[in-house]
Design a binder for this molecule. Structure first.
Ligand code: ZN
Length: 179
C-alpha cells in the first residue's frame, strides 16, 4: 500500500494559493491533492537520494552525521539529487561535499526503497580518484573503517546496512556479513 500521509502535509495550491482537496482521481491509485479552483494536481512523488561507497587504503569511507535525522549515526556519503542532475553525478558531488574525496562511480550497487518510506536510495560503488578525506559541514567525523570493523550497531538507516552488506558480499567476500 502506498503511504498517503503526505496528503496531509500541504494545504494550499502552489500555483494559485487556493485550498487543496484530497480526492481519488483514478480508482486503485492513492488519494491525490487537487486544487478545487485551478485543477492543479499536487503529486507527492518520492525523493531520490544518491550515495557512494568507496575505500581508502582498504577501509570503507563512512561519515558520522552531524544533522538530523539520525544525528551521530554512521552512513556513507550521499544526499538528494537536484532536479535536472544525473543521479550518478549527484553521488559524486555529495561525496566531495561531505568527505572531501573525488570519486568516479564504477557501477550501481542497488536501489534501496521501502514501503511507507518516501526516499529511494541509489547506491553506487566508486573509486577514489583524488581529494583528501576531511569532515564536511554536515558531518561530525569521517573515517575509513576496515571491512571487518564496520559500526553495524550505529548505522543511520535501513538502507545503509543493506547496502553495506551488499558491498561486502561483492567486494570483500571473505568478510563475515552480520545477519
Ligand atoms: Zn490552484
Amino acid at each position: 500500500m502506498a503511504d498517503t500521509t503526505a496528503t496531509t502535509l500541504f494545504r494550499y495550491c502552489p500555483k494559485c494559493g487556493a485550498n487543496l482537496e484530497t480526492r481519488v482521481l483514478k480508482e486503485g491509485e492513492p488519494e491525490r491533492l487537487i486544487c478545487g479552483i485551478c485543477g492543479f494536481v499536487f503529486y507527492q512523488d518520492p525523493k531520490v537520494a544518491a550515495c557512494a561507497v568507496c575505500t581508502i587504503e582498504g577501509g570503507i569511507v563512512l561519515l558520522r552525521r552531524g544533522i538530523q535525522p539520525q544525528f551521530g549515526k554512521w552512513v556513507f556519503p550521499g544526499g538528494f539529487v537536484d532536479r535536472g542532475e544525473s543521479v550518478a553525478q549527484a553521488a559524486v558531488r555529495e561525496t566531495f561535499e561531505e568527505v572531501g574525496l573525488r570519486v568516479s562511480v564504477t557501477g550501481i550497487l542497488d536501489v534501496y526503497s521501502y514501503p511507507g518510506n518516501d526516499v529511494a536510495v541509489v547506491v553506487y560503488a566508486a573509486d577514489v580518484i583524488g581529494g583528501r578525506l576531511q569532515i564536511g559541514d554536515e558531518a561530525e567525523d569521517v573515517r575509513a573503517f576496515p571491512p571487518e570493523q564496520l559500526p553495524w550497531d550505529d548505522l543511520a538507516f535501513e538502507s545503509t546496512a543493506a547496502a553495506l552488506r551488499d558491498y561486502l558480499r561483492r567486494f570483500f567476500p571473505r568478510v563475515r556479513v552480520p545477519r
